[in-house]
Design a protein around this ligand. Structure first.
Ligand SMILES: NC(=O)c1ccc[n+]([C@@H]2O[C@H](COP(=O)([O-])OP(=O)(O)OC[C@H]3O[C@@H](n4cnc5c(N)ncnc54)[C@H](OP(=O)(O)O)[C@@H]3O)[C@@H](O)[C@H]2O)c1
Length: 296
């Protein structure tokens, strides 16, 4: 399926927004972008918290909303300010964009659910157990009410340069213990997988709810053990600890984070990746860097 001719990426300095800009540009789309930063390569400066200062935005075939306050703990600590960005600001911008784009795609999260069951269905009612999840659920409901509105729920996107992973790698390689949570789940996907799924959705142009998830849940302790195995570190250096819900910004900790991907498999041929293969892809480059750190 061909890519849309023109796409506006909102939040082009974020992890996924930046990768999406690169991918769409490579694919030949005309890419316009926004950032809240004054010093950015993005086409427009848009702070979601300051709608009065938004510039006029162009007519495009599709817009992808990648911007927002993505810290679960920051949203819990400051619900009003984060909701002004993640709900009020994003919804107002989505309204504007829906009037001038065929599709408005909001990036959302498995945190719109409570993590009570694995492989959560897309049609299940949202039931968040953190402020961030409630904000995402509210923004989803708004965008899905718009003409051309679409939502993509993602599980944890792992990249080799994630600070948590590079930090653990450096610690393990230096013989220092690490203390991952063994009661908090992640169903990792790679950045490429997330971006590929966005491109699939944009290429088809069909509104609705989409999900991109790892096939199975790990704990952060599993992740640290896998890293230790790859680095060749003493497995005894991985010292799991228990996450406390309130400390992470949750009312109750989720047990699962996976989402079902039946529609994506049928429509795009895109199945949920096994965690082993995701970890292999993400950890290999970190290990090289980590060894370099350990040996100066
Ligand atoms: N990465 C994941 O594992 C994951 C998983 C599930 C869902 N998602 C969703 O996917 C989307 C993109 O995630 P990401 O990992 O790319 O997030 P990210 O790296 O944190 O990027 C978010 C971007 O939003 C920008 N932003 C924050 N406040 C803003 C404001 N007031 N106005 C305008 N822009 C603002 C940030 O600007 P600065 O760069 O200036 O800080 C940043 O560039 C988010 O909606 C997130 O909820 C991500």
């Amino acid at each position: 399926m061909p890519l849309p001719g023109s796409v506006l990426v909102v939040g082009a300095d974020g992890l996924i927004g930046a990768a999406l800009v690169r991918r769409l540009s490579r694919g030949g789309s005309r890419v316009l972008s926004t950032s809240r930063r004054a010093a950015s390569h993005a086409t427009f400066q848009v702070d979601l918290a300051a709608p009065g200062a938004w510039p006029a935005l162009p007519k495009v075939d599709a817009a992808v909303l990648c911007a927002g306050n993505t810290s679960i703990s920051a949203c819990a600590e400051n619900p009003a300010a984060s909701a002004a960005v993640n709900v009020t600001g994003l919804s107002a911008l989505a309204d504007r964009l829906a009037a001038q784009a065929d599709m408005v795609l909001l990036l959302s999260s498995n945190q719109v659910f409570d993590g009570g069951v694995p492989r959560r269905g897309r049609a299940d009612g949202t039931c968040p157990v953190c402020q961030y999840g409630r904000q995402k659920a509210a923004a989803e409901a708004h965008v899905l009410g718009l003409r051309g509105g679409a939502v993509l729920r993602l599980t944890k996107v792992l990249t080799p340069d994630l600070a948590l992973l590079t930090g653990w790698c450096a610690d393990l390689a230096a013989g220092r213990p690490v203390t991952p949570f063994d009661n908090f789940p992640l169903a990792p996907v790679t950045l490429d997988f997330a971006v590929d799924t966005i491109v699939d959705i944009l290429s088809r142009g069909q509104p609705g709810v989409y999900q991109a998830s790892g096939a199975d849940d790990l704990t952060y302790a599993d992740l640290a053990r896998a890293l230790a195995g790859h680095v060749g570190a003493d497995p005894g250096l991985v010292t799991p600890v228990q996450a406390v819900a309130a400390g992470l910004g949750f009312e109750r900790l989720p047990r699962y984070s996976t989402l079902e991907m039946e529609l994506e498999e049928a429509r795009f041929g895109r199945a949920a990746p096994a965690s082993d293969s995701v970890l292999e892809e993400v950890i290999r480059p970190i290990v090289l860097t980590g060894r370099a750190v350990a040996h100066g």
